[in-house]
Ligand binder design. Structure first.
Ligand code: FES
Length: 110
């Protein structure tokens, strides 16, 4: 388990998502999508749809969900569970901590 600084809070507007490239404890690359919702909540998920190779950082944030714009599956940002087909598998989610104006993500699987 390792916590990483990813950005300042003003780097991602409410209702938006941005990609970040981190390294895990084994120095392997982990591409994540960090989401700042309209309700001022923060989430982080793996930056890859479970249905295909599409980046979720290119998706649409809708409330507490992110929608993959390739085929339209949406994922619950709390659980990673898909809410509609064609995706049938969850995406990995990561804990996010906001400390002042800094956003941190912990690379631990759920
Ligand atoms: S690649 Fe995301 S729904 Fe198909």
């Amino acid at each position: 388990m390792s916590e990483h600084f990813v950005c300042k809070t003003n780097a991602i507007e409410c209702g938006s998502v941005a990609p970040f490239a981190l390294e895990d404890a084994n120095e392997l690359p982990v591409n994540i999508a960090v989401i700042h919702t309209d309700a001022d909540q923060w989430f982080a998920v793996i930056d890859r749809c479970s249905h295909g190779r599409f980046k979720l950082s290119e998706g649409e944030v809708d409330g507490d969900c992110i929608e993959c714009t390739r085929h339209g599956s949406a994922f619950d940002l709390h659980t990673g569970e898909p809410l509609n087909p064609p995706a049938s598998s969850p995406i990995q989610t990561f804990p996010v901590r906001v400390d002042g104006d800094s956003v941190y993500v912990t690379l631990a699987s759920n």
